[in-house]
Design a protein around this ligand. Sequence first.
Ligand code: ADP
Ligand code: MG
Length: 703
Amino acid sequence: MPRMPSPTTSPAAKSGPARALETLGLNTPIALALHLPLRYEDETSLTPLAQARPGDTLQIEAVVQDARVELRPRRQLVVRLVDDVGETLVLRFVNFYPSHQKTLQPGARIRARGELRGGFFGREMVHPQFKAVQPDTPLAAVLTPVYPTTAALPQAYLRKAVASGLLRANLGEVLPAGVVPAGLPPLREALLFLHHPPPNTALATVEDHSHPAWQRLKFEELLAQQLAQAQSRRERALLAAPVLVARPDGLHAQLLATLPFRLTGAQQRVTHEIAADLGLGRPMHRLLQGDVGAGKTVVAALAAAVAIDAGWQCALMAPTEILAEQHFAKLVQWLQPLGVQVAWLTGSKRGKARDRALAAVASGEAALVVGTHAVIQGDVQFARLGLAVVDEQHRFGVAQRLALRRKLQLPGERQTEPHLLMMTATPIPRTLAMTYFADLEVSTIDELPPGRTPIVTKLIADNRRDELIARIRDEIAQGKQIYWVCPLIEAAEDTGEAPAKPARGKPMAELRNATETHAQLSAALSGVEVGLIHGRLKPAEKAAVMARFKAGELAVLVATTVIEVGVDVPNASLMVVEHAERFGLAQLHQLRGRVGRGEVASVCVLMYSTPLSDSGKQRLRAMAETNDGFEIARRDLEIRGPGEFMGARQSGDALLRFADLAEDAPLLAQARRQASWLLDRHPQAAQAHVTRWLGHQLDYLKA
Ligand code: ADP
Ligand code: MG
């Protein structure tokens, strides 16, 4: 056995590669054992040079005849080899180090592996892998793994570390018989196979992850995740929460009676689902999903009415100040006439007004508190918080959810927490709901309020910009209002969300920024007022611009993505998105949802510049093909994978490494069934399995 690197020595003693192992999270035997090869190299056989064909990737053995640095046609190390029967081969290295020259000395016996070419010098390999051997050096018995790694961590070092991890890790079975689907190998066997497949393994099934060894790993991972979620759901069921029940003539009924519209069937259904949860005396964790414009706010207001009527406070949080302000305006309009005091809290507001708001929240006088994340930060104390509503939950990272729950724990003998209602317009595909959100209840508004006309989406290349502006002039003449969205105002803008990514290698100056577009449209549309709103404006300035647009004083609003979420201006019927190829699918769908809110037919123009990347094309095509948020979400998941989908890039370790939700739905369903059986019958095995797979990540999964 080669000397093993010891990845767990004290930090002071760590060499570069050891530190690199740590950075990659490869600091335990199990982590190393689970670090799977990207691909394999076949060093199990030698091909005689006489039989080697150009184009083949193969391993040969021969002796160095001479090695010299040549300067023409360019500087390179040229090594001539000859094998035992006199066949020759040239190795060429444009990049080489003294160590190359040292190993490749005349007389040295070399095994080289690479693609054989018929070149200028005859048979040759360019930049092959090679090593010096003795005539009796044995061939590898198994395929050689090639691991994903970084520059600081040489492949050979990592190979040894993984081999040692495999030996040291506890890979014994912890699951009782019958849990693992029939036909899948034991964990140890699966891992040994995947790291060191025997010669002649059909690699196709390993590469496409359908091999039973891969299936075993996927199942293990999905099971751990299902167990953690089921456990967290069970633990939460043991906690207490305020019992919130609507009285027959209470606030809930009064609000319903005064609304200017009737609830849709879907709104009624989810309102009942929520009300039922609120009365159970244990914390609700419910996700309310419904497409843009489906009418989630009123559902939240009705839930708030129940809480307030029962004598508790409700907090409503939104990811941006603009959105929070819109909620505030709406809720004041709905609830204030019924005698509810609504307080407004954001991060940017300081001074006396904030102190007054804080005092009203702390005394319980303010029954409803609306704001940004500031609502749960630092100095905010609630008298009796019974329900927290988080809008656009996909913007709340997992860590924020956890922080929210910690902040919200209520004093009392039994651990007591408020109810939590999360709302999102980015629907969660079924497989995701079953995995990352398996501990949440889900309510879905699958119907839009009546009277909406479907939005027509058009894709146009940006060389038709002038045509578009002419069309806009006509629209304005008919009294319509227009949004024009630009990707970013400058490189480092903070819009409170991930900016659309600039195409790589394109100078920033090439981006038409919002300011330029504003100037251009103002000039082209003389006599029309064009507004501008972006992340750099002060909240009061943003609010003023939005108010003027809403009042119809501005015909056109040029905006960065600050308007993405929740803005409600029913008279706006044309949405132009510039450089649409730079936006994510969910973002585009959100933006499109800003129009089509009134009765006029609405249009969304997605302007793109070429060349388009493959995923850019896929996104634009999806937008043109469907208006259905669920379908959009499904395609988004397909294009991006679950990590980015959830906006949880930072907490990437909580995501699946082996399983692929698009492909592994059947395994997921089995893992789900087995998880609840295991928790009932074999809680210790369940615990051992979760600890092996998730260890320190548990906290995150329970958020
Ligand atoms: P979202 O689900 O995107 O948050 P909103 O709650 O902002 O949607 O609702 C969009 C618009 O539809 C608002 O103007 C809201 O007042 C209105 N609305 C909500 N429910 C209904 C309904 N049942 N009938 C008619 N209009 C409704
Ligand atoms: Mg909303």
